[in-house]
Design a protein around this ligand. Structure first.
Ligand code: PMP
Length: 434
């Protein structure tokens, strides 16, 4: 084991001397699963290769963007051609308009789109816009949902905060935290009660289109629609966060599987940038035109709409056809069923949770599917640590936390899927023995 990880261990030691925790984003540090993070040097299709030259079938997909698989030739080609024309102009480009049109063509309630560089910026700007538009200060979010690391959104957040069991972040003032009301997910009564008590002060409700940063916890049937109605009843906006789900679970995001309601604002990230730093917020024109320079809500970015990132996003969306979504669904179905079978065969109580082609495993004996952060936090998370390492040792890279979704790509061919399936029985036995 030590010999196997030598290069990664050396890299991690070296990184820790100059980078806080040795990583530039916390979940990468393997804190909850233990062991040494792999330092990756290349990726192709469904595979990633570490600094030791070891290849893994990847079920992280850069946390979502790589729906076509890593280094898809059409995306790499588009990026190389854009790079040769200039890395950044800090001026408008025709391709930005093309990308806005491509998104509007897929998600009909979006009439205008503003490009930013990260999901964090997209949600942060959407909230400012909601506050500026309504003239109200408060925000409702759900426990276990992650919307990036801006101050007002770190309360009881999922993703790395769930992994590290942090209720929030040092450095966020009480005044800021007090402007975010955190409620249990899938609990419309709790939302109604807060609206009835404080309605005139609530600018917006922000919700992940399907929660996938506390593991996958889908919204109850009709939840997003009812939530939208409730927000509108009290004059507030509904911000649908599709940073993770957008263009991944369908060509119109999770909304495309759910429809029947009209969010006011939506945020995209990950797939829309095809692996480059690019994200967006969109919505109806009347609202979006509140953004500067058309309106009074300021929002800007030196690298916003970066031409290389836009080229990657356009090429990714252009290649994400029906066959890609069919393959994503089929791979997710095969792998998630096999995980469940292997765990059952090893006697490990569990549930597999789904939101379109996103899925994750909850360990423990649950009578019904967990619907809230409190419920998923009650699971036997220690079993995932053993499961994760048994998979990694057999050349399969899973998200290094039980509180993250598993991401498939359309490049997961039969050989890659077989490698995953072959690794599962031993990993399930390791989870049983944990
Ligand atoms: N919203 C959601 C739903 C996310 O999953 C994430 C990132 N995982 C973000 C926002 C923040 O995006 P970024 O990491 O690009 O800032």
């Amino acid at each position: 084991m030590a010999a196997l990880n030598d290069v990664n261990e050396q890299q991690f030691e070296r990184a820790q001397r100059v980078i806080p925790g040795g990583v530039n984003s916390p979940v990468r540090a393997f804190r909850s699963v233990g062991g040494t993070p792999r330092f990756l040097v290349s990726a192709s299709g469904p595979y990633v290769t570490d600094a030791d030259g070891r290849e893994y079938v990847d079920l992280v997909a850069s946390w979502g963007p790589a729906i076509l698989g890593h280094a898809h030739p059409a995306v790499v080609d588009a990026v190389q051609r854009a790079a040769a024309r200039g890395l950044s102009f800090g001026a408008s480009t025709p391709a930005e308009t093309e990308l806005a049109e491509a998104v509007i063509g897929r998600v009909p309630f979006v009439e205008k789109l503003r490009l930013v560089s990260t999901g964090t910026e997209a949600t942060m700007s959407a909230i400012r816009l909601a506050r500026g538009f309504t003239g109200r200060p408060l925000l409702i979010k759900f426990a276990g949902h992650y919307h990036g690391h801006s101050d007002s959104l770190l309360a009881e957040a999922g993703s790395g905060l769930a992994t590290l069991a942090l209720p929030g972040s040092a450095g966020v003032t009480e005044a800021t935290a007090a402007q975010t009301i955190v409620l249990p997910y899938n609990d419309l009564d709790a939302v109604r009660a807060v609206f009835e008590a404080q309605g005139p002060d609530i600018a917006a409700v922000i919700t992940e289109a399907a929660a996938a940063n506390m593991g996958v916890v889908p919204p109850d049937e009709g939840f997003n629609a009812a939530l939208t109605d409730l927000a509108h009843e009290f004059g507030a906006l509904l911000i649908l966060d599709e940073v993770l789900t957008g263009f991944r679970v369908s060509d119109a995001g999770f909304w495309g599987l759910d429809r029947g309601y009209t969010p006011d604002l939506v945020t995209f990230g990950k797939v829309i940038g095809g692996g480059m730093p690019l994200a967006a917020l969109g919505g109806r024109a009347e609202l979006m035109d509140f953004l500067a320079p058309a309106g009074p809500v300021y929002q800007a970015g030196t690298l916003s709409g970066n031409p290389v990132a836009v080229a990657a996003g356009l090429a990714t969306l252009a290649n994400a056809d029906e066959a890609v979504y069919d393959r994503l669904d089929a791979v997710a179905d095969t792998v998630s069923s096999a995980v469940s079978e292997a765990l059952s065969a090893a006697g490990v109580a569990h549930r597999v949770q789904h939101a379109g082609n996103l899925f994750s495993v909850v360990f423990g004996d649950f009578e019904r599917a967990p619907r809230t952060y409190a419920e998923v936090q009650a699971q036997e998370a220690y079993r995932y640590r053993a499961f994760f390492h048994a998979m990694l040792d057999q050349g399969v890279s899973l998200p290094p936390s039980v509180f993250e979704a598993w991401f498939v790509t359309a490049a997961h061919d039969d050989a890659a899927v077989d490698r995953i399936l072959n690794a599962l029985p031993a990993a399930a036995r390791a989870a049983a023995a944990a």
